[in-house]
Write a protein that binds this ligand. Structure first.
Ligand SMILES: O=P(O)(O)OC[C@H]1O[C@H](O)[C@H](O)[C@@H](O)[C@@H]1O
Length: 445
């Protein structure tokens, strides 16, 4: 189970002020529970973990097995909420060199449909030429250009290489129950499909088949992931007292920091496997809160790597930031620093120490330095990287995000601003139906 420590924000904001949010948080929790707030048609994530059935998990695991048994490589085609959750969990739990290992225990997982780079897609199709590959096509709307474009290429290649019959077995769609091009194609071709519920938005969908299917294909235990999330659903429940409720405390603290001029939140890890957890978190908070000319800017760094690039700015740049560190308490492997007779590198003072001890001192040293430098610091401790703990972490962030968005006074469940670039792109590409926009945009060039 994760824990949250906000002590190191108290030099900048007061504990009393944070605890003064209790009533506001309670009101936000009630809006979520009763569905009386903005965006109330997108609250399907709220009690999702506790409502996932054994049968549903079995269905996902069975489909995952078909892909695992028939594919060396599985492409997860999706963008935003339709790939970040899966990637976050898979990378957090995978061996760092998994795709280089000769003896594979699961298909190699590759991501596509999250960019429009010709070189990326060309190189992907080249790599796949002699591979038995499958595709999970993930899109809630079923019409996202990036994903649809990649899927068009992958579908054709899969059918050409493996034949229509096998392709039908190794292509799975995760999409809307009725609408969208992905649904139409899946129904026509007879693909196995999983439904993304209407009331779960993309960035809150990691615990639907959007995340669960790829995670199961990659060989991870989705039952435990969901169990961790379900336990966190209780820990962050609206019946839990403010002081005991990590989602409530996190939401209150970050809003109090924001109201005190801390406009940027940097999510920090000291474990590179968590890189995509940060990417997932950035979409969750960025799309939920960045509107009405308001919202904390969610940023992220991987330490100690980025201490050698962004460390200077964080230590001494504009004092508009705070940090939230995800700290992994116990690592999964043991490696000691060897002693060396010549000691040419002067590292014998570390001999016999675990590498993680060095990392932990880097973490503590960084926290103290940054707090001294004027950066408030929150700390989320994860006992270890496991399905259970990651499941809990994801739900914790989701619940806190719902509360936090309501504290900020925005609709945390829409993303109208994302359409602006799409409209321009379609106008520039002369998409049918965009004739007026095409004319207008050309006049601007
Ligand atoms: O799942 P899709 O409908 O393809 O959407 C994928 C992503 O792109 C959209 O533009 C939204 O901004 C995201 O919230 C969403 O997660």
């Amino acid at each position: 189970m994760i824990s949250l420590n906000i002590e190191k924000t108290f030099g900048f904001i007061s504990k009393e002020k944070v605890f003064a949010y209790e009533a506001e948080v309670k009101a936000a929790q009630e809006m979520l529970e009763k569905g009386t707030g903005k965006g109330n048609d997108f609250l399907g994530w709220l009690h999702l973990p506790s409502s996932i059935t054994k049968e549903h998990l079995a269905d996902l695991n069975a489909t995952a097995k078909v892909l695992r048994d028939n594919c060396e490589v599985v492409i997860v085609a999706g963008i935003g909420g339709s790939y970040l959750g899966a990637r976050a969990v898979i990378e957090a739990l995978s061996n760092s060199f998994t795709w280089l290992q000769e003896k594979k225990t699961a298909p190699v997982m590759i991501y596509a449909g999250h960019n429009i780079s010709e070189d990326y897609l060309y190189e992907l199709t080249e790599y796949l030429k002699d591979k038995k590959f499958g595709v999970i096509n993930i899109s809630k709307s079923g019409t996202t250009t990036e994903t649809a474009l990649a899927f068009r290429l992958l579908k054709k290649q899969c059918e050409d290489q493996r034949g229509k019959e096998t392709a039908k077995k190794v292509i799975v769609a995760v999409t809307d129950a009725k609408k969208g091009a992905a649904r139409v194609t899946a129904d026509k071709e007879g693909y196995k499909t999983f439904i993304i519920p209407d009331n779960v938005g993309g960035r809150f969908s990691v615990l639907t088949p959007v995340g669960l299917l790829p995670i199961a294909v990659a060989g991870f235990d989705i039952d435990k992931l969901v169990a961790g999330a379900a336990d966190m659903e209780k820990v962050c429940g609206s019946d839990v007292a403010f002081a005991e409720n990590p989602a409530a405390i996190y939401a209150a603290t970050r809003n109090e920091l924001y109201r005190n001029g801390k406009k940027i939140e940097i999510l920090v890890n000291f474990c590179p496997k968590l890189h995509y957890v940060s990417e997932w978190w950035k979409q969750l908070y960025g799309e939920s809160e960045g509107k009405d000319n308001k919202g904390i800017f969610p940023a992220s760094v991987d330490f100690s790597t980025d201490l050698h690039s962004m460390g200077q700015w964080i230590q001494e740049g504009e004092r508009s930031i705070f940090e939230t560190v995800i700290s992994v308490e116990k690592v999964n492997h043991k490696l000691e620093v060897p002693s060396d007779e010549a000691n040419l590198d002067g590292l014998n003072f570390l001999a016999g120490k675990r590498v993680d001890e060095v990392n932990k001192m880097a973490e503590l040293g960084t926290q103290l330095a940054h707090v001294d430098g004027g950066v408030p610091n929150m700390r989320i401790v994860l006992p270890e990287l496991s399905e259970y703990n990651i499941g809990g972490l994801l739900y914790f962030f989701e619940k806190a995000c719902g509360i936090s968005g309501y504290l900020l006074g925005v609709n945390p469940f829409n993303q109208p601003g994302v359409e602006a670039y799409k409209k321009n792109m379609f106008a520039l590409l002369d998409k049918p139906g965009y004739e007026e926009e095409s004319k207008a945009i050309r006049a601007k060039l």
